[in-house]
Ligand binder design. Sequence first.
Ligand SMILES: [Fe+2]
Length: 288
Amino acid sequence: MPSRESSPLTRRDWLRRCAAGGATLALGTGLYAWRVEPHWVEVTHHAMPFVGLPAALVGKRLVQISDLHVGPVVDNDYLRGVLRRLADLEPDYLAITGDFMTTRGDEEIDLTIETLREAPIADTPTVAVLGNHDYADNFRNAAVADRFADRLRDLGIRLLRNESIELDGLQVAGCDDLWARRADLFATLNQVELSRPTLCLSHNPDTVDLAGWTTFSGWVLSGHTHGGQCRFPLLGAPVLPIRNHRYARGHVRLSGGRNLYVNRGLGYSRRVRLGVRPEVTVFTLTTA
Ligand SMILES: [Fe+2]
């Protein structure tokens, strides 16, 4: 019986197969970046050491979320689901680092407040700062931000606008937003004793490069970048809304013994994420 020989692949066949493989890969990556990753939350765990932390605070859990962007772009059921599951992390404290909503005027305030009701705010001391988007479309609408701030406070959130409070012996300062031109670091840090354990919330991580930190040696929690939303091999994240690209995401050690943590956020400006999953950060307070 004569054997059937397969005909050798021509160069054109190879090119055709490569093109088909490339198109399939691109389509698969696109679908993943659109349908899967934007809602595939990663819970990350980190130690948060402070010199001189009161014994009663050692081992306490502080959970940070950021950049919810409640509004017409982010799937609201997704956000509500994430906020509902925060209680499972058994937080002792919650920190929210701004960009609660994406809004032109004040039309998203009601939905944002209703969405936040899913979070365990009533049972958990919650501190927060505003982000640039909380100042509405032009990032400068103080009237909208003030109205929103009142509603957040009614909900029980301790919103810090260049203010500080104390949580069981941990000083928590909150710097208002840099792009909204409301950040007053001097006023914020003037209210804390820099020799004591201090946490500072600031939506935009570029705040750490402002003058005025002096001897602050605590932690700064930020958001704003969404980690760039898309990161590519070799190229990194091509779109980062910050001056210092070291502050794209995660933990950064800074001068003066300061530590910065940039949360990748839960929401998105457009529904796409690649290599930068949305994040809930769980910090465990420890002594340094
Ligand atoms: Fe944001």
